[in-house]
Ligand binder design. Structure first.
Ligand SMILES: NC(=O)c1ccc[n+]([C@@H]2O[C@H](COP(=O)([O-])OP(=O)(O)OC[C@H]3O[C@@H](n4cnc5c(N)ncnc54)[C@H](O)[C@@H]3O)[C@@H](O)[C@H]2O)c1
Length: 341
């Protein structure tokens, strides 16, 4: 990877919008990347931006326009709540900035397509922060298995605090928009396609009374069918956490080999072909994320987790939700922009 820096050979200027839990990870990633210089932090809560400023430097603002207008900012991270991705993403792209964007890309396929179209027209780069793609164990599972025939994705959490924005029907949308997109993205990455059909059941099982009157789904059991005949199941709920499998748990099978990802996707238990059937346990370290975006900017190639993946994750979550609500299987129709890929 070269070190061309931003325009004029200087380092790439980076700024963050949304300085909470996920934003802190972006800030650390930016600060640890030699080609990048931290410029500013934006949050509607000044203390949140100041907390990161005290650690990494740069300026603090409550107005994202200051970041968009700043010519020394080349890359913008967006780590605001779910319903607040599209507006700053479009504004950042319009200002010519590259994006490191949190998941979900947006809460509707239509908005995802708007962001993708704007990015294409601007010729800027966009990388989604689907974290598990950067896990050493996940990448090793993919390297060894290639495309599985059968897979399972699971996220089981302790009963959630419904006062958090994640459970707000408009701002957060509930767990499928939070954890569901991670699972869908990983399944599609392993199966190397979007599913052609999903069927899902579930609903309000863990918070029947508290969620009554909203359409938030707290528990989902889904099946996904892929064009090559591959099948996957997905289980998501805050019914309870069990440390034996950990919060995140993935299984990938065949043909003739298998992988289980557990310990928050940090550990891979691999059953190989040919040799002894003893399980091999591996915990390769995660890889740094920001260098992948820098590489895409420098090489002019598609980023490691491009817009297409964000669109598909949102599209599939929409179909899962529709299936839960209607009780019917859903044919997943790729938008024209993605058809044929
Ligand atoms: N990739 C991952 O593994 C991962 C992990 C956690 C969260 N996330 C994602 O990151 C995003 C943020 O989640 P979080 O856990 O950091 O939430 P959080 O509540 O900790 O942080 C969100 C921050 O955004 C700020 N904010 C809200 N509206 C804003 C606005 N209009 N302009 C500027 N700042 C605003 C809030 O004040 C807060 O500081 C979500 O999309 C979430 O799904 C991703």
């Amino acid at each position: 990877m070269g070190n061309n820096g931003g325009s004029g050979g200087r380092p790439y200027g980076w700024a963050l919008i949304g300085c909470g839990g996920a934003g802190s990870g972006h800030a650390r990633g930016a600060a640890e990347t030699p080609e990048v210089e931290v410029r500013g932090f934006c949050d509607v809560v000044p203390e949140s931006a100041e907390r990161l400023q005290s650690e990494y430097g740069g300026y603090v603002t409550a107005d994202p326009q200051r970041i968009f207008d700043d010519p020394s900012v080349d890359i913008v991270s967006i780590a605001t709540p779910h319903s607040m991705h599209t507006e700053p993403a479009l504004a950042a792209i319009a200002a010519g900035k590259h994006l490191w964007l949190e998941k979900p890309m947006a809460m509707s396929t239509e908005e995802c397509l708007q962001i993708a179209a704007a990015q294409r027209a601007a010729g800027t780069q966009l990388m989604l922060n689907f974290s598990f793609r950067f896990s050493g164990a996940v990448r090793e599972a993919k390297r060894r298995l290639g495309r599985p025939m059968v897979s399972h994705a699971q996220c089981l959490m302790a009963p959630a605090d419904l006062n958090r924005w994640r459970w707000d029907p408009v701002i957060g949308g509930g767990p499928l928009w939070d954890i569901g997109v991670h699972m869908v993205d990983l399944l599609c990455w392993f199966h190397e396609a979007a599913p052609v059909e999903v069927y899902a059941t579930g609903g309000q099982l863990t918070h029947r009374e508290a969620l009554a009157g909203t359409d938030i789904v707290d528990t989902t059991a889904a099946t996904l069918r892929f064009a090559d005949g591959g099948v996957a199941t997905l289980l998501a709920s805050d019914a309870d956490f069990n440390a034996y499998v950990s919060k995140w748990f993935f299984e990938l099978y065949g043909p003739g080999e298998s992988a289980v990802l557990y310990n928050h996707c940090r550990t891979l238990a691999y059953n190989g072909t040919g040799g002894p059937r003893a399980v091999e346990k591996l915990s390769p370290p995660a890889v740094a994320r920001m260098p992948y975006l820098i590489e895409a900017i420098q090489q002019g190639t598609e980023s490691y987790v491009p817009a297409r993946n964000g669109i598909i994750a949102t599209l599939v979550v929409e179909n899962i939700l529709e299936s839960v609500r209607s009780g019917r299987p859903q044919v997943v129709e790729l938008p024209a922009e993605l058809a044929g890929e």
